[in-house]
Structures are given as structure tokens and as C-alpha cells.
Design a protein around this ligand. Structure first.
Ligand SMILES: [Fe+2]
Length: 405
């Protein structure tokens, strides 16, 4: 978000800031000097101390330190901050819980996230009211037990609720950011939710107000390539079936990562209603996401046109180099396939009609890209810049700016 100066007003990092499950060779050597990496979880991060090493490695290079020290930064985690496909489903959690190492990894990961990412998201006023922050800063001895207890509560799902909230709100003048935790806050037992109802109530309350632009930060995109979106919704319905059909659907859910917003249709539809209300009150709404290994801009189209425009802006800064990714995502945006899958999906009596349609306005791009959103009065412009040159002399190649509003 840049506004009129050489420095952006804020930097938003939308997930997978560190990879606990895919560590560098240097980190693996560091771990191997301390414990037996022939025992699970091998060269992956196992505990808080190893997370400290991971963050130090990720954020110690001079350009990154300079960036984080000069630009106000907000962040939200995604799966790899803890583990690939973290909290995909209740069955995934049950399997993780059976391993010897998951509980320690998850607690350590959340304590590290609280320290290295979460408290930087909150304003001084919010921190002053935050019970955990107060307990940590006023502790006379080691505050680790306070944070461990907090992490214990954060993962518990009781009656469709989580006891803690990682989602947060930031206001930048007439611009409001609502960052949604789409990982730890998931409700995995039926009725499933991307976040619990109480957290959604908080989100809706905080979406009210007087602002010109609403930014919804969600590591996982809300509007996806159509084919992937429809398959996810169909898979969610199939996973609810008893017996073999449900188990096969669950296998596909995990194998193909069918766990974005469309795989939580009730939540996705509730988010659509929140967004429509904001757009009807005249605020441009941009849902900002990463995660899916490519870059695109989609415009949401509601049955009744909204007062202001609504966009999904997705930018994965470092895209996955797997060869299969490009044709897969290009195919997923292919209209005939989208129409066929939509028709198939809506044959199911368990799947509600879509409350919103969307069209791709840009992309898909597959370069390593950063996105800058410039909000000036009522206008909104997106600039995508692709990395070029060799790693020793990197540069950025700007694309044609995309006017949004
Ligand atoms: Fe991710």
C-alpha cells in the first residue's frame, strides 16, 4: 500500500512467512548437531527453540532487516508456518495428533508466531488490553509457561469455538484492513467453518464503520480459479458422506489441497455477505491473498450490482517452480471447464447456489511477483512487479498498472 511517497505505508505478508516443514540445508545441519534427525520429524522444525533459529535465518539478512525496520508490517500465518496443509480437516488433525512430534511442533510454532508475528499486528491500544501480552510483559521470571498455556488454548476446539483470536483489524486513515486467520481458527468438526461463528461476529462488527476501502487479508484466496473452486465445494459435500465415498473424498481433499474458502462453503458465503454489505455502502473491497502459486485479479459480480467494486487480488511472491503448476492453473481458469463443473456442482441438492460470480481481469501470471496497492481518495490501482535478473543482481520489472477503482 503506497500513498504518495517512496515508502509504502505498510507491508502485508500473507502467509508461509517461514517453512517449518521444508527447512534449508543450513537449518538441517544446525538441527542435526542438536538431536537425532533420523527420528521424526527429521530435519523439520520440532520445537520452539528450533523455530527461533528458523525466524533468525529467515529475517536476518540485511535487506530483510532493513525492510522490517522501516516499513510497518502486518502478517498472518498460513499452513507452512506450522505444517503443509495444517488443519485441512478433522481427520488430518486426528492423524497429526497420533504422531510423537506434532503437539510440540504446534505449541512451539504458535508461541513463536505470537512473538515474531502476532504482537506486531496489534496496535499499542490493543496490546495494552491484551491479557496474554500483559502477563508476558509483567512476568518476573521466564514467561514461556504463559505463552505455552496460551498456545494450548489456541488449538482447542470447544463447541464450535476457539478460545483465542488471531484475526485482527488495522486502520490506515480511510483504509481498513481486516486480516483473517484461515488456519488456526478453523472449526473442523461439523458444522465446519473457516472460523467460528463468534470470530465471524467479531469480523462483521469490525467491518462496520466509515472507510473508503476495505482490505480483507486472507492467506487463502476467497475467489479462486473457477474449476478449483467448484471441485472444492463438491469435495466438501462428498467428505460428509458416510463409508467408502466419504473416505475416498477425504483422501482427495488432502492429496489435492481442497481446503480453501470454497471448501468451507458456509463460511465463504457468509464472507460474501459481509463483503457485499461493505461494497453496498460505497467502499471498494479488495480481498488480498497469496498461497496458490500464481498471480491473478478477479472481479466479483453479485446478482445485484454493488455500489463499489469488489476484487480478489492474489499474489504469491515466490511461485512454485513445479512444471505441472502452470498448465494446471491455466486449465482451472478455462471457461468451458468452469461451466461444466458449475453445472455438475449445482446438481447436488446439498450445495447452495453461488451467492457471487467472478471474472478474471488479469493473469494468471507465474513469475515471482510483488503487488503494490495504491489507494488515493476513492481510486485504487494495483501495480505488479516481477522479479528479473539473476539472484546476485535482482531487479523488478513493473507491469502496466491495473486501475481497480
Ligand atoms: Fe500455504
Amino acid at each position: 500500500m503506497a500513498a504518495g511517497g517512496p515508502h509504502p505505508d505498510a507491508l502485508l505478508l500473507l502467509g508461509d512467512q517461514v517453512y517449518a516443514d521444508e527447512t534449508s540445508r543450513a537449518t538441517q545441519e544446525w538441527i542435526a548437531a542438536r538431536r537425532d534427525i533420523h527420528q521424526p520429524p527429521g530435519g523439520q522444525v520440532a520445537n520452539f527453540a528450533e523455530y527461533v533459529h528458523l525466524y533468525r535465518e529467515a529475517w536476518s539478512s540485511p535487506p530483510v532487516r532493513w525492510l522490517l525496520s522501516t516499513v510497518p508490517t502486518a502478517m498472518i500465518f498460513d499452513d507452512h508456518d506450522l505444517h503443509d496443509d495444517w488443519n485441512t480437516s478433522a481427520a488430518w488433525r486426528a492423524d497429526a495428533a497420533r504422531t510423537s512430534w506434532w503437539a510440540e511442533r504446534e505449541r512451539g510454532g504458535l508461541v513463536a508466531y505470537w512473538l515474531y508475528q502476532h504482537i506486531g499486528n496489534l496496535s499499542p491500544a490493543e496490546l495494552a488490553e491484551d491479557e496474554t501480552y500483559r502477563a508476558v510483559t509483567s512476568a518476573t521470571g521466564d514467561a514461556a509457561p504463559v505463552l505455552r498455556e496460551f498456545a494450548e488454548r489456541a488449538v482447542e476446539e470447544i463447541d464450535g469455538r476457539k478460545a483465542t483470536r488471531w484475526s485482527y483489524r488495522r486502520d490506515f486513515g480511510p483504509v481498513r484492513l481486516l486480516a483473517i486467520d484461515t488456519r488456526c481458527g478453523r472449526i473442523l468438526n461439523e458444522p465446519r467453518g473457516m472460523i467460528g461463528d463468534a470470530e465471524f461476529d467479531w469480523l462483521e462488527t469490525n467491518a462496520e464503520g466509515d472507510y473508503q476501502h476495505l482490505l480483507v487479508g486472507s492467506s487463502l484466496p476467497w475467489l479462486m480459479p473457477h474449476a478449483i473452486s467448484h471441485v472444492q465445494s463438491m469435495n466438501e459435500a462428498a467428505c460428509r458422506k458416510p463409508g467408502l465415498r466419504g473416505r475416498v473424498a477425504e483422501w482427495f481433499r488432502r492429496k489435492l489441497d481442497l481446503e480453501h474458502w470454497p471448501a468451507f462453503r458456509t463460511s465463504s458465503d457468509r464472507l460474501a455477505r459481509l463483503i457485499r454489505r461493505a461494497a453496498d455502502s460505497g467502499a471498494t473491497v479488495c480481498v488480498l491473498s497469496g498461497d496458490v502459486h500464481h498471480v491473478y485479479v478477479a472481479e466479483a459480480l453479485f446478482p445485484e450490482p454493488t455500489e463499489a467494486k469488489v476484487y480478489q487480488l492474489t499474489c504469491s511472491p515466490i511461485h512454485n517452480q513445479e512444471r505441472l503448476m502452470r498448465p494446471l492453473f491455466a486449465l482451472a481458469w478455462w471457461k468451458p471447464l468452469a461451466h461444466l463443473l458449475r453445472w455438475w456442482m449445482l446438481r447436488s441438492p446439498e450445495i447452495e447456489p453461488l451467492p457471487v460470480d467472478w471474472v478474471k481481469r488479469h493473469g494468471p501470471d507465474f513469475g515471482n511477483t510483488i503487488a503494490t496497492l495504491t489507494l488515493d481518495g476513492a481510486s485504487a490501482t494495483l501495480l505488479l512487479e516481477e522479479a528479473e535478473g539473476d539472484p546476485d543482481e535482482p531487479g523488478l520489472s513493473p507491469m502496466e498498472p491495473i486501475p481497480l477503482a
